[in-house]
Design a protein around this ligand. Structure first.
Ligand code: MF3
Ligand code: CO
Length: 253
């Protein structure tokens, strides 16, 4: 977790393929988010999809995590474990998925509405998504991690929401969590320098209320401390001399 690994052109090509599978898995999960569906059903379909594509669900067994997807509903921030829970009308569901292809990982997330959401929920989801794009405007060789962090935080807070501090984005490659950490808060001009060939997961986790969170007794599920809604948006990106390349890009997101 200490050295930043610069990927070779060969590794980048594999990560593009991993990213494509991962993004398609997220799209599949998004299409399944609807009232009446259980989180276990989504997990099963996504796992099947990833395996059918010759890849492995990265999360399954990771530090003992028991599923292929994290599905976090309403005030759940991240790491919700799929199970018997039924999704209801108006729920917001954060989908986080990883796929490993030829030894390289794609990691992405997004928050989707079951049926019709409140204006407040739609605002939170839109702010979370846009904060990612505000952040990656600074994701290019010569800048620093803190430039991304600061841009995400500024956008989120200017729009009346808060960024989770206890969990951060990360480098990604042959393992899911590589150096550097990519916080969604902090000061511009600080942190590791961005270098062409770095691959990182930028993943704002944004609460409608305060930033504090707590972990449930299942050891995984993270919820907002104040019970407010939370949203998540993540892509794996490649640092270049110019615009970053979004390796988990999806047309519809
Ligand atoms: N995308 C997540 C992350 O970046 C999810 C990991 S969940 C786990 O950390 F179960 F695999 F740990
Ligand atoms: Co991640």
């Amino acid at each position: 977790m200490s050295n930043i690994i610069i990927k070779s052109p060969r590794e980048i090509e594999i990560m593009r393929q991993a990213g494509r599978i991962t993004a398609a898995a997220r799209t599949l999960a998004r299409e399944m988010v609807a009232p009446g569906v259980t989180t276990a059903q989504i997990d099963r379909e996504v796992r099947h999809f990833i395996e059918k594509n010759g890849a492995k669900p990265t999360f399954l067994g990771y530090n003992g995590y028991p599923a292929s997807v994290c599905l976090s509903i309403n005030d759940e921030v991240i790491h919700g474990i799929p199970g018997h829970r039924v999704i209801h009308e108006g729920d917001i569901v954060s989908v986080d998925v990883g796929a490993t292809w030829k030894g390289y990982v794609g990691d992405c997330a997004g928050t989707f509405v079951a049926g019709t959401a409140t204006e407040a929920a739609k605002h939170l989801i839109a702010v979370t998504r846009q904060s990612f794009f505000e952040g990656i405007k600074f994701a290019r060789a010569g800048n620093r991690i803190g430039d991304i962090s600061h841009a995400v935080q500024t956008y989120v807070e200017n729009n009346g929401c808060s960024v989770v501090r206890d969990y951060v984005g990360h480098g990604v490659g042959a393992v899911m969590h590589e150096a550097p950490e990519v916080p969604n808060f902090g000061r511009a001009g600080r942190g590791p320098a961005l270098v062409k060939g770095m691959t990182i997961a930028v993943e704002p986790m944004v609460n409608a209320g305060t930033w504090e969170v707590r972990v449930l007794r299942d050891g995984w599920t993270v919820k907002t401390a104040d019970g407010s809604l939370s949203a998540h948006y993540e892509n794996t990106i490649l640092i270049t001399d110019g615009e970053p390349e979004i390796l988990t890009f999806a047309e519809d997101l």
